[in-house]
Ligand binder design. Structure first.
Ligand SMILES: [Zn+2]
Length: 175
């Protein structure tokens, strides 16, 4: 899976929203270039309760042959609801059409995973800077990201997925 932040959405004659990245994506496993293999439909429930059908491309890596779904960052992996919808719910804004029990599970998921997210973002920072972060003065990356305002969940998801971290341990237990 690859999460993209810059993309075109075209409403096609079949009533679907076809998504296409503006920039070429790279394989999160080996860094190889990707080419379009096929596409599939993906359902997403928006904040207003409407269900939208997205036509999502599937890409194959030229190097390792792994297939990646090209997911726009407005969609959450493994969730029916859009990223803005989930973000608003976990931030306590009561504008999400999901059931209360679902929102409670999302909040519990975020609470129990925040430490893991912090470690992943710290590891990513260390890889980029080629040195360990000072644990006594290192910024709290996850908290900073969350405090940055709307769109923090999409950014978090993009960082985690595109860096090849264990996606299933982060998202699979949330409906
Ligand atoms: Zn690859």
């Amino acid at each position: 899976m690859v999460i993209i932040s810059r993309y075109e959405i075209i409403f096609n004659s079949r009533g679907e929203y076809a998504v296409k990245s503006v920039n070429p994506s790279i394989c999160p496993i080996c860094g190889g270039s990707l080419f379009v293999r096929d596409s599939r439909l993906r359902i997403c429930i928006r904040e207003d309760g409407h269900t939208v059908f997205y036509r999502i491309r599937r890409l194959r890596c030229k190097e390792c042959a792994k297939i990646h779904t090209e997911l726009p960052d407005c969609i959450m992996p493994f969730k029916r609801y859009g990223a803005a919808c989930v973000e608003n719910a976990v931030d306590g804004h009561n504008i999400c059409p999901a059931e209360e029990s679902t929102v409670r599970r999302w909040k519990r998921w975020l609470q129990t995973r925040s430490g893991v997210f912090e470690e992943m973002l710290t590891a990513q920072w260390q890889n980029q800077h080629l040195r360990p972060a000072n644990i006594l003065s290192a910024p709290l990356f996850f908290q900073e990201l969350r405090n940055a305002g709307a769109g923090w969940l999409s950014k978090l998801t993009r960082h985690i997925v595109n860096c090849g971290y264990g996606l299933h341990t982060c998202f699979a237990f949330c409906p």
